[in-house]
Design a binder for this molecule. Structure first.
Ligand SMILES: [Zn+2]
Ligand SMILES: [Zn+2]
Length: 350
């Protein structure tokens, strides 16, 4: 098998070849058809998350060993099955649900595998889809995508799922409420697309990039605001008549989180999704006085992945823009992503 691997954090990915892996137990071997490049891959490649105040979460301390193959938005075709892999057949074309836990603890048994204390995520803990082959640990993590192009289907495993799960957390909002979606990159733009299927409220998009704001408006947003403009917050206050019911920050940087928080009305909720990093000062009395909630949302569950694919297959979700590039260009994709050049998603193809 061929893969593009991190051999040293922060250094260009390296193309390497290995023996074809033999699936054991319940494992399934898939030939990769497409793999999305996620912004969080940049952090994995750098080797740390910036926690703010000069503190870093070092991925070596989290048990990540090199060389490592990233890629958690994987679609492929089943080419070999372990002796106990029941429920999959050779030739099945499937999305690999990557957010897998130990499959054994109390949390995993409830289906909330992404809350497991011993995660076994494909592409962040176990070798992923920047490769021509990938192993899924069990057939139950293979999700059908019939009728959807593989290059688009792969993006639902993280970008789409993250957007869907975050939106579900505000699905109680009503037509009089406003939801602010901050950051209209890959995931944020997915959220703009899904929003009408999940929540019945007004959608305002905030992004510093004019092209992304235009794309968001074309995708159905009711309004778009430049959050880098000092007048942006006032504009949001006017549009919403005093603040939004909720904001989802798909960037997760100090200025975006602050914008989201400052733009909330009483009782409003800020959901931080993006992993850009660092920290913000938090005025504690405003939490009780304004009855605000700050919470986080991380990817989504296998159940949500299936719900999402049903929506996609029923034509309820417009496709996000994506650009297919050869697997060998994995590193260039990361660099272009770092430079913020993309509208939509890069998808690698072996
Ligand atoms: Zn991702
Ligand atoms: Zn577990």
């Amino acid at each position: 098998m061929y893969c593009q691997q991190i051999t040293e954090f922060g250094k260009p990915l390296e193309g390497r070849s290995y023996e074809t892996p033999e699936p054991t137990g319940t494992e399934v071997l898939l030939k990769v058809s497409a793999c999305g490049v996620c912004h969080s891959d940049l952090h994995l490649w750098e080797g740390y998350f910036d926690l703010g105040e000069g503190v870093k979460l070092d991925l070596k301390d989290r048990g990540m060993t090199l060389p490592f193959t990233m890629g958690h938005e994987v679609v492929g075709e089943v080419i070999a099955l372990g002796p106990e892999a029941e429920g999959a057949s050779i030739g099945d074309k499937r999305i690999v649900f990557p957010w897998i836990g130990c499959r054994d603890c109390a949390i995993c048994r409830t289906g909330d595998e992404l809350l497991c204390q011993a995660p076994q995520t494909v592409g962040t803990r176990y070798n992923g889809g920047y490769a021509d082959m990938v192993i899924a640990p069990h057939p139950k993590y293979l999700v059908p995508f019939d009728g959807i192009p593989a290059e688009l289907a792969c993006t639902y495993a993280c970008s789409g799922l993250t957007a869907y799960s975050a939106l579900k957390k505000v699905s109680h909002l009503t037509a009089d409420d406003t939801l602010v979606i901050i950051g209209a990159g890959g995931v944020g733009l997915s959220a703009v697309h899904f929003a009408p299927s999940v929540v019945d409220c007004k959608i305002v998009v905030a992004d510093i990039d004019e092209a992304k704001r235009q794309e968001a408006l074309k995708s159905g947003a009711d309004a778009a605001i430049d959050n880098s403009d000092p007048a942006g917050l006032q504009e949001l206050m006017e549009i919403t008549g005093g603040g939004a019911a909720a904001a989802i920050d798909f960037v997760g940087a100090p200025p975006t989180a602050q914008f989201g928080l400052n733009g909330l009305r009483r009782g409003g909720t800020l959901i931080v999704v993006g992993l850009y990093g660092s920290s913000i000062p938090l005025s504690l009395p405003t939490l009780p006085l304004m009855m605000r909630t700050i919470t986080g949302s991380y990817v989504g569950t296998l159940e949500e992945m299936k719900e999402l694919m049903a929506l996609v297959q029923n034509g309820k979700v417009a496709p996000i823009p994506y650009t297919v590039r050869p697997l060998e260009e994995a590193h260039d994709c990361l660099m272009d992503l770092k430079a913020g050049k993309t509208v939509g998603r890069y998808v690698l193809q072996p």
